[in-house]
Design a binder for this molecule. Sequence first.
Ligand SMILES: Cc1ncc(COP(=O)(O)O)c(C=O)c1O
Length: 395
Amino acid sequence: MEAVKPSGAGADLPPPRPPGARFVPALPTLWPQMLTASARGAPAFPFEAPGARFYYFGRNAVWTLARILRLDQGEVLAPAYHHGVEIEALVDAGASVRFYGVGPKMQVEPDEVARLITPRTRALYFIHYLGFPGPARELRTLADAHGLPLVEDCALALLSRDGDRPLGTFGDAAVFSIYKTLPVPNGGVLVLSGSRPQGLPTPPEPPMLSTLSHLASALLQNLELRAGALGRLLRQAVRGLGKLTVSTAKIERVATGTQHFNRAHADLGMSALTRRIALAQDFASIVERRRRNFFLLLGHLRDVAPPVFAELPPGVCPLFYPLRVEDKAGVQSRLAARGIETVDFWRYGHPACLPGEFPDVDALRRTILEVPIHQDLTPAAMTALAEAVRDAVKR
Ligand SMILES: Cc1ncc(COP(=O)(O)O)c(C=O)c1O
């Protein structure tokens, strides 16, 4: 998930922004008090799930799962609309992947999945896009009818529910990515339903200095979010220093949010700091704020861009607002010039899924820009953001 940084990031002196333009980071930032806060009551799903294993990335969970399920023995049915790294992890573990289509509203037709099942099929894999539930019940029934394991990819759907039921509890296995929703330095989860993952070794802690380096950049983002222009200058200065330290001290920084699976990091675990920060979060309030912000954008942007999801069903914890725009690059750079980070959502898929085979998916890849709606953004910030997006789209 690569965000376009506001213009000037990385330059020595950032160019001025239009008056009043505030920094809007793509992901939630780390507030200093989160470092000392203690855990809130019993941890919620998936953190408390008996069959949970915690990794550095969600992709590690996909790779481990593919090996547990012996997917190298056959084919996995997976959606043509995907990030690419989850498919890389499956392929690296020896699986062959066969793709099914995804419609213009990111919907999957279970009948189409059913038609692709053959004696070679070893598992059904599906993704809950941006926290919105996929057809979990129908795919569960289909998987059961064929005696196949169902894999739920919840990388974009932490804390999200289908009504009362948490996403990730429909499949035989589920995969999560924590750092997309929570301000943590790393973290992915593998949940195996109904059983402890017996025999799976506990993944080792990642290098502490790498974790600290991610932590520092999330704190700096928070500084810029709160302190505006002054915070921005401070962040630039400290970042320069940080980069120098990382390179001179030869710190191995295991980057998150990258596009590729790296076997060398496949066994790396989640850091203890991630667990601590994650469990101190107020999950109910995060879900509520994200829903409020999504609603606000839906109301403000309906008339400039037809929404992908016209409603927000109960329980959904949205990850981003998917903005559908023909001039994705232009809108993205106009927003970046105003300090607003957005994500060019899944512009390219895995090379095994050829462009042209699934025209609806090609259109999604060409047009969907992710606009932030995360828990750090206040209603006032969201109103300003909505205005900026309207301007950027109309130009
Ligand atoms: C659908 C999907 N699955 C799995 C992953 C892997 O998550 P992680 O970045 O934690 O490895 C991603 C990453 O963006 C994703 O979008």
